[in-house]
Design a protein around this ligand. Sequence first.
Ligand code: S3P
Length: 441
Amino acid sequence: MNGPRYRLQPVRSVRGELRVPGDKSISHRALMLGAIASGRTAISGFLASEDCLATLAGLAALGVRIERPAATEVRIDGVGHHGLSAASGPLDMGNAGTAIRLLMGLLAGQRFDSTLIGDASLMRRPMERVAAPLRAMGARIDTAEGRPPVRIHGGAPLQGIDYVLPMASAQVKSALLLAALYAQGSTQVTEPAPTRDHTERMLRGFGVELTSEAGRVSLTGGQQLHGCEIAVPGDFSSAAFFIVAGCLAAHQGLTIRDVGVNPTRTGLVQMLRLMGADIELRPHAAGVAGGAGAPEPTADIHVRASALRGVEVPPSLVALAIDEFPAFFIAAAAAQGPTTVTGAAELRVKESDRLAVMAAGLAAVGIECELLADGLRIQGGRIGGGVVDSHGDHRIAMAFAVASVLASDPIEILDVANVATSFPGFPQLARQAGLALEASS
Ligand code: S3P
């Protein structure tokens, strides 16, 4: 029942030096932009996770030749602006929200029809946030009451639009920028709060001209992308689990090397520092993760254990830490006093309803918390032991693995197979850091 599980014993201490796998957001984008570029794109540090491999398989089904000389090395022979061809069946994006939404944008301007589907979690997630503005650009798209399957009817000419996003979503912004490449005229996308800007940086690396200021990105259609080299940094969202583990129990310090620290991703560091965390970012010279000329900042992250106190999280940090809340809620559970997060209703439409599933998991390990419409209020205290159902949500499974560090009793986590969607090798790396994690199928 509930498939593979983790069983963790309390350990009280983590330590050492780690490297986490490549960034998921950047890996998806590198594949998609490389596919429609002219010439060759070489990706190193690629995240060979189920999500990114779903994008890779989807692009291969659309006629793109992609080689993987090693698990984390990818070579793409770009087919050029109009070189994609119809897939023979539906494109299955598995658990990957980024893959389905960005591909909606990319496929809206093609001359052929496409159908996008996914696993049970993805089939429940909202797609109209992308479909509606794409329709306003002229695309012909059907969803099933807002959810996949997403059917895209090819051959619809696209026009640029001026669109104000109703929610802070890098996926919607990115889908519209990809569609804008195929649209006549210019497209402007305005976001209500800053979100990850990997698409903008990487488009520049592929030679696309775009402007981006004061939350407004502008791009003119018809531009040809040129293949380039991309070095993907470690995924900050994967590092986040070890950052929190380090805050709780790295009495001698814990270092995570070569992590992407794009400021649109590192809100967790600010949130933890507000709680009194001791986290140091040691920046590297600029890398080429965005493609030559559009680098992504990288750093080594050094964490030491400290006494955390509860905080009210400023809503302005929410979008900058959107994937890190499962890990952050564990820090809040271990802090002294209450922590309140509001303005985070987007967490309800992630791989699971992360507010409800985290609240149930925290209650299962003895932490008092109150579920709010758009957030959580957590009363920090003593983490006990118990059985937590991750509901197939990779980040929730990994967050409760971190909670075991300070737990009074063993924690068992159910339904953990989807950890492989973003973090292959998590159990091994967790053990390397000192967690007592046993995985069983
Ligand atoms: C992502 C954007 C975020 C994030 C997701 C990856 C991306 O989603 O939660 O894991 O790569 O653009 P939203 O843009 O829907 O918030």
